[in-house]
Design a protein around this ligand. Structure first.
Ligand code: NAD
Length: 518
């Protein structure tokens, strides 16, 4: 997902020196020794025996650190600290909350390089993309800081001078559970609106990428937030389910796969807790023959290869109108072959490592399956070994374009979550709309055409929560993001998210006598 940044001169702070610990891929000197759990204002260890799992550096394949998973004792402590922070935080005015959030955004800006490098180390994405993620996180905090000060209810005039008013009240302790593809950004996208509305949060990152969320918690503490406002607990599904079942948790906001989302919803239903679910996708990108071909090709690459293809909203089913198929494919393949793969810490790298060895193997097996089912590999789809000996154990592959795809193939039906684009052809608008919508998912969709009427007509019929006309994977924080159908419930970003982190209280005020029937 791609945050296009406006070119305005924001308040700039001196950038902190790079953290030695994070400069790793090239130097081979990662040392992440501080505990990664954080509650009541401090980093914490979990004493439980046997709960330690390895965390890897995708670029090199070596062990980065060990995950200190939280059990019931630690989850209770984190929720307790969030509860006590909520008592203080929810009593502040919106302006007071905004002031602390703005300070947090400044610290994120000052530590941009360090956070981005940490993200590269733990996730494997290129430093260029990691910086964009940190910028998106900062913008999100700034945006919701602005929103905190304008939260307001409604006044409703009633007969006889009586009236009612509504209050937008926070929910309490919210839980955020994140996926591994945008670790710092997901933590920010969830916590910023939650905190702006007066809630506190316990966030659990993916156990695959536990490293950067704790930086955000520290930043809020440093910005002057009450102890326990944003807490981080580490662990996998057991820790996650302890959080979802916790009686003092008011809401769960989850980003991850559809099967886990279904479990989260089930767990939350026991306490009738609201959920936000940002789940998977298998999104279509429709390219009509009247498109600006150069932009359509750029859009298709952005729709498939950001973050090594590990993006929920990716437009992996690329439907191209038959008359321009040869020209489109030629250009897409040429540019895909030119993508610079390798050390994610280098400025020139455009594609780093996939997040883990099992995930790389899974993506490669999708390519094998596609070949068996009759798709033609037009380029890529192979493991890649960089020439730098330090990177030999990393999880790299060449970005892949599959041609001759048909709607019934596994590569067209299932979310691969890797750098694999499936190209299909179509004849008519009617036909392609039917095929594009023939999925249980509905996260995103895109259309390239110069015909403005067609663009809006097509978008009206596409069953997806985030639609793009003549672009793809742009996610400004001011714009709501989320899915239709099995891709999710609720929205992140934009003004509407305030509704997902508040509850409405209506207050009736009688100005006359009680008109009693009894
Ligand atoms: P996942 O579902 O395996 O895990 C996501 C998170 O849920 C992790 O933190 C995990 O530890 C936790 N979890 C797993 N089981 C749990 C349980 N029973 N109870 C509570 N928590 C539990 O997903 P992933 O592999 O980390 O991420 C990839 C998926 O996420 C893809 O399907 C992708 O499309 C989706 N995703 C969606 C969005 C979006 O905004 N729609 C964004 C990023 C990723």
């Amino acid at each position: 997902m791609f945050q296009r940044l406006a070119a305005f001169p924001g308040r700039r702070r001196a950038v902190a020196p790079l953290a030695a610990a994070a400069r790793c891929v090239s130097s081979g000197s990662v040392d992440i020794t501080a505990p990664l759990n954080f509650w009541a204002g401090k980093r914490r260890t979990c004493p439980e025996e046997g709960s330690k799992e390895r965390v890897y550096e995708p670029a090199t394949g070596r062990v980065l650190c060990h995950l200190d998973s939280c059990g019931a004792v630690e989850v209770n402590q984190a929720v307790k600290s969030a509860k006590s922070a909520f008592d203080q935080w929810s009593k502040l005015s919106g302006m007071e909350r905004a002031r602390i959030m703005i300070e947090a955004a400044h610290i994120v800006e000052a530590r941009r390089e360090e956070i981005a490098e940490m993200e590269v180390v733990n996730n494997g994405k290129s430093i260029t993309e990691a910086r964009m993620d940190v910028d998106s996180a900062r913008l999100c905090i700034e945006y919701y800081a602005g929103m905190a000060s304008i939260l307001a209810g409604q006044h409703i005039q009633l007969p006889g001078g009586s009236f009612a008013y509504t209050r937008r009240e926070p929910l309490g302790v919210c839980v955020g559970i994140g996926a591994w593809n945008y670790p710092f950004m997901i933590a920010s996208w969830k916590s910023a609106p939650a905190l702006a509305c007066g809630n506190s949060m316990v966030f659990k990152p993916s156990p695959v990428t536990p490293v950067t969320a704790v930086l955000l918690a520290e930043i809020y503490a440093k910005a002057g937030a009450p102890e326990g406002l944003l807490n981080v607990v580490q662990g996998g599904q057991e820790t996650g389910s302890l959080l979802c079942h916790h009686p003092d948790v008011a809401k769960v906001s989850f980003t991850g796969s559809v099967p886990t989302g279904q479990k989260i919803m089930e767990m939350a239903s026991k306490g009738v807790k609201p959920v936000t679910l940002e789940l998977g996708g298998k999104s279509p990108l429709l390219i009509f023959q009247d498109s600006d071909l150069e932009n359509a090709v750029r859009g298709a690459l952005m729709a498939n290869f950001l973050s090594q293809g590990q993006v929920c909203s990716n437009g992996t089913r690329v439907y191209v109108q038959r008359s321009i198929l040869p020209e489109f494919v030629k250009e897409v393949v040429k540019r895909t072959k030119a993508i610079q793969i390798g050390d994610p810490m280098l400025e020139s790298t455009r594609m780093g490592a996939l997040v883990s060895r099992p995930h790389l193997d899974k993506v490669l097996s999708f390519v094998d399956q596609a070949k068996k089912e009759g798709a033609k590999v037009l380029c890529g789809g192979e493991p890649f070994v960089p020439s730098d000996p330090k990177l030999k154990g990393g999880y790299y592959m060449t970005p892949c374009v599959l041609g001759d795809c048909t709607d019934d193939m596994t590569c067209v039906k299932e979310e691969i979550f890797g750098p694999v684009m499936s190209v299909l052809s179509f004849e008519t608008e009617e036909e392609v709309l039917l095929r594009a919508n023939d999925t249980t998912m509905g996260l995103a969709a895109g259309v390239f055409t110069r015909d403005v009427s067609r663009a809006h007509r097509v978008v009206e019929h596409l069953k997806a929560g985030s639609c793009f006309i003549n672009n793809y994977n742009i996610t400004p924080v001011e714009v709501p993001f989320g899915g239709f159908k099995m891709s999710g419930i609720g929205r992140e970003n934009g003004q509407v998210t305030i509704e997902h982190y508040t509850q409405l209280k209506t207050v009736f005020v009688e100005m006359g006598d009680v008109d009693s029937l009894f």
